[in-house]
Design a protein around this ligand. Structure first.
Ligand SMILES: NC(=O)c1ccc[n+]([C@@H]2O[C@H](COP(=O)([O-])OP(=O)(O)OC[C@H]3O[C@@H](n4cnc5c(N)ncnc54)[C@H](OP(=O)(O)O)[C@@H]3O)[C@@H](O)[C@H]2O)c1
Length: 317
């Protein structure tokens, strides 16, 4: 099966797909699409993550529902173990599939091997976006990028991306590529973790690199007691639009230029809710208020230990 995403000039629109599907209950018309890097492809502003999805039929049904609605952009990784689950959901569908190679596989031959394994697990002939999951200072980035470029030239992957890369790490990786361009950097970004706003977001904007926001609902922490004050305040804004706190969080996030989000949802209900956020336009006053409200709240939901553990294991200081 060839999994391809619809080029931006194809005239594909979410509402057209929806009309043909005769879906009535959701507001479908304006799912925002964003350009992928400097390519001529567009991604839905809200895609779907797959880390920690249960390996069961409910998860497949949730992903399938998202695809049906137009969230035709799914993120996975070899380390998640969810590639076979994603394979079930995308079978026979046109979906943009992003996966990642884990840093311990950054040697040239290992990258090629991981890519082959991911293609097999996903049941695709080419991977739309292949990402380096974390920087690995123990293996020369030049060697890794040579393998990535080789995969792209051979048609095994369509686009090269990175994840958890700083600006410096991004620039070093880009400098190793002969003719390819890194199209995306996937980093943690949500209303409760705004680190990319320090500099990365602006860098991505200037260099036409898509920022793929992971853990856009704060890994679920947004709905926990420690963020209750923020969530309550967001709820007040949400009530003006008839939207939930999660939808406000996603709409706020994808209001940022160059940014797309990949919430993970294990149920059809959550998928539908997240999808609707893709067509929600918040007023500039409300966006400013959300910026202010979030400033004094919880940071780093994935915890500092998570970052330190991965950083130290692969030699980052
Ligand atoms: N590159 C990296 O290093 C990296 C790291 C982390 C994550 N990621 C990617 O980013 C994706 C998303 O991040 P994440 O999984 O960490 O966290 P997330 O998407 O921020 O949050 C997921 C949590 O939010 C809940 N949720 C989803 N939709 C909801 C809704 N509409 N209302 C209420 N709760 C909702 C989910 O519950 P249910 O499951 O019950 O629906 C789950 O508990 C991952 O799946 C993965 O693909 C990448």
């Amino acid at each position: 099966m060839v999994v391809r995403f619809i080029p931006m000039d194809s005239g594909f629109h979410c509402d057209r797909a929806m009309q043909s599907l005769n879906i009535r209950t959701l507001s479908l018309s304006n799912m925002e699409y964003k350009q992928l890097g400097d390519t001529n492809e567009k991604l839905p502003a809200i895609g779907m993550g797959s880390w920690k999805l249960e390996m069961n039929e409910e998860s497949v049904a949730a992903l399938k529902r998202g695809i049906e609605l137009g969230m035709k952009f799914i993120d996975t990784a070899e380390i998640y173990g969810t590639e076979p689950l994603v394979a079930k959901a995308i079978k026979g569908e046109e979906v943009f599939v992003a996966t990642k190679v884990w840093p311990s596989h950054f040697r040239h031959k290992d990258v090629l091997n991981s890519c082959r394994n991911s293609m097999n697990a996903l049941g695709v002939k080419s991977i739309d976006l292949y990402q380096l999951h974390w920087p690995n200072y123990n293996i020369p980035i030049k060697e890794t990028m040579r393998a990535m470029e080789e995969l792209q030239k051979g048609g095994k992957i369509r686009h090269i991306g990175v994840s958890n890369f700083s600006i410096k790490e991004l620039e070093e990786a880009q400098a190793c590529l002969k003719s390819s361009k890194i199209v995306s950097n996937q980093v943690e970004y949500s209303i409760i973790t705004r680190d990319p706003e320090d500099a990365l977001l602006d860098y991505c904007k200037r260099n036409r690199i898509t920022l793929i926001a992971y853990s856009p609902l704060g890994h679920g922490e947004l709905f926990k007691e420690k963020n209750r004050l923020l969530a309550d305040a967001m709820g007040v804004i949400g009530s003006k639009y008839g939207k939930t706190v999660g939808q406000i969080a996603l709409a706020w996030l994808v209001s940022k230029a160059q940014t797309v989000a990949i919430p993970k949802a294990g149920s059809i209900k959550h998928v539908e809710e997240n999808f609707e956020a893709g067509s929600l336009k918040l007023s500039s006053e409300d966006l400013n208020e959300l910026d202010m409200l979030s400033e004094s709240f919880q940071k780093n939901p994935l915890s500092i230990e998570f970052w330190q553990k991965n950083g130290e294991e692969f030699g980052r200081r």
